[in-house]
Write a protein that binds this ligand. Structure first.
Ligand code: AMP
Ligand code: MN
Ligand code: MN
Ligand code: MN
Length: 299
């Protein structure tokens, strides 16, 4: 049996497990090929290159880039590119700087709403929280503040730790989600830029979780048309909880726009068992081509 999961996160971004812990969990759950796709970093892959391989688990390089398209934040998963590509560091540095600037702005906006905390305090405590989360794993994987990619989930943990929100979901509802003060989109490059970067690396550009953007069918079709025009390769047709109707719709769009299909759980945290590594439908719809068809995947 092969089980391929091409979307997952570690403590290098907003995941809860270290890279080795994630690999073991994947193997325990029957995953045979795994792409770690942290937000805007490949630090977990560099770390795992220095570790002994895990028997039966094939790693695929990956990254999830934040981009923007027509006022929406769009995630592009890049897969199967060489880790030593000379452009990779430059791309990650640009995204890291965008994340840093965005974090400073989020902290400024939160400080205006929360008079007990200054912008500086919020920013430093969010950073410290992200760094200390790495220590709660059993991995010896510790990044410094210039390497770790800070995102809204780190602000959510801070809001919860201060008793200002009940849980992360509440923090997104009140402060960080759509149309809230902490949701700033102006920092990301255009989606076409994200696709071009993945192509320049020689990788496969996948439109991540198309069903999560809450778009009308018309808008989603326009997005996919532009993604294809920009040189995108595949749609992520299924994740851990994809309804059959959504998979069918995305499979149809793959056929229509001559795109391949990817799949991935988007696993972040064992506390949410309904999104788990390897928890995926048994196969890709038969009318479309999987992204890994022409890769060297052990079967
Ligand atoms: P960012 O990378 O900073 O734009 O943050 C986006 C990340 O926040 C996503 O990748 C999810 O992991 C997480 N996220 C988005 N919405 C929610 C939510 N409602 N509750 C918890 N986490 C969320
Ligand atoms: Mn995330
Ligand atoms: Mn995403
Ligand atoms: Mn993701």
């Amino acid at each position: 049996m092969i089980c391929i999961d091409l979307h997952s996160h570690t403590t290098a971004s907003d995941g809860a497990l270290g890279p080795i812990e994630l690999c073991h969990r994947a193997r325990e759950r029957g995953v045979t090929a795994l792409a770690i796709t942290d937000h805007d970093t490949v630090a977990a892959h560099h770390f795992l290159q220095q570790q002994p391989p895990i028997e039966g688990l094939q790693l695929v390089t990956g990254i999830e880039l934040s981009t923007s398209w027509s006022g929406s934040e769009i995630h592009i998963v890049g897969l199967n590119f060489p880790l030593d590509h000379p452009d990779l560091e430059r791309i990650i540095a640009a995204q890291g700087e965008a994340r840093r600037q965005r974090s400073l702005h989020i902290a400024t906006r939160l400080a205006k709403r929360l008079p007990d905390y200054s912008q500086e305090t919020i920013f430093q405590e969010v950073l410290a929280g992200a760094l200390s989360r790495q220590k709660s794993t059993t991995d010896s994987f510790i990044l410094d503040e210039s390497q770790i990619q800070i995102g809204r989930p780190h602000f959510a943990y801070w809001l919860v730790s201060k008793g200002l929100c009940k849980n992360a979901d509440d923090a997104f509802k009140k402060y960080l989600g759509n149309n809230k003060i902490g949701n700033l989109k102006a920092f990301w490059p255009a989606m076409s830029q994200g696709v071009a970067w993945i192509r320049a690396l020689g990788g496969t550009a996948v439109l991540a979780h198309p069903g999560k953007y809450n778009m009308t069918r018309t808008k989603l079709t326009a997005l996919i048309k532009d993604f294809k025009f920009a040189g995108g390769h595949a749609l992520e047709v299924q994740g851990s909880n994809s309804p059959k109707s959504q998979i069918d719709q995305l499979a149809y769009l793959c056929e229509h726009f001559e795109l391949k299909a990817s799949q991935g759980s988007d696993f972040h945290n064992p506390d949410y068992p309904w999104i788990d590594i390897g928890r995926l439908p048994p196969s890709i719809p038969s009318n479309i081509t999987p992204v890994w068809n022409d890769w060297k995947i052990n079967t």
